[in-house]
Design a protein around this ligand. Sequence first.
Ligand SMILES: [Zn+2]
Ligand SMILES: [Zn+2]
Length: 400
Amino acid sequence: MTIRDEADKIAGDIAELRHAIHQEPEIGYDLPATQRKVLAALDGLPLEITQGRQLSSVTAVLRGGRPGPTVLLRGDMDALPVQEATGLPYASRIDGAMHACGHDLHTAMLAGAARLLSARQQEIPGNVIFMFQPAEEGGGGAKIMIDEGVLHAAGERPVAAYALHVSSDRDVAGVFSTRSGPALAAMDAIDVTVRGRGGHGSAPQHTADPLPAACEMVTALHAMVTRKFDVFDPVVVTVGSFHSGTVRNVIPDDTTFHVTARSFSPESRQRLRDEMNRLFRGIAEAHGLTADVDDLGGYPVTVNNAAEAAFATATAAELFGADRAATPANPITGSEDFSYVLEEVPGAFTFLGACPSGTDPETAPSNHSANAVFTDDVLADGTALYAELALRRLAGPAPQ
Ligand SMILES: [Zn+2]
Ligand SMILES: [Zn+2]
């Protein structure tokens, strides 16, 4: 039987685990119920299991029966603070939490792959690290797992690392897509507080009004992007919130706004942060004000290794047909903390279309929507791809 056949055989179990995780979503670093479900799914398999100290991660190592290198497979486990509105029979039972990014599928597929690969332990030339990770959605859980030693879990560093991510829109169900180089953007969060001196709205000359200066910063930010950055190494900035004052005739003491910034190279990422800092402080100073520019950091660019991306695409094409292995022309402007793993280990981040049949991927609710739906139909094939990437990478020559 092929891995694909074996994945099909356990598809019901994978869906059952997925639904159980979906019904009880947990957010952030501490996912005890999700961790329990993962441990139960792995129970009895020939794995060396360790749990995280600062977060409820699960690291499982499968040592193959034959000598060889190590590869890492990653699935993230955390949900989002979204009130689910799908009406699905297995919808979230937790108020204000939802698996709106499909991480429930990743966790279930990775557990399925652990089961399939465990059944072939004796024939596997090398080791597989299964990385079940909390806190992808903003917490940098991958970085913490690296700090806690996930890359050394098998005793030696992996030669390759792979992750899958489902999407509820964009791609037709079952289509895998990977590209060489940047796959997702770097993301940075910058909070700005412009500080002045409030007073009566009728007498601004006796105040130091922060509000017009903050407005100027927002428009200047967009002008700066077009004047200072190469269109072929693009950056994206959005001011998603802007708050100041209470009533029309009171000049406030301060104005606060929040920026999200996206970039596709380490160089433009650093320069964007530096330029924003200079711009906001400079405009504040020009108006006799001060600005606190709080650079909260974010995630690096997710960069796929060219050979590993080609290997992932070729593996998907061979297993499922060329029409199900896409190579998108551009990265997407979302971001991922698998980027931290790919900074250390060559690998590939692969998307998997999971838009339900009968729904148009162009108009389907996207990941993070309260209405996002990910079909169970892709669970077996995602599981098979995880397992095949590990098997083929361990058994074959390193992709060139
Ligand atoms: Zn997400
Ligand atoms: Zn996600």
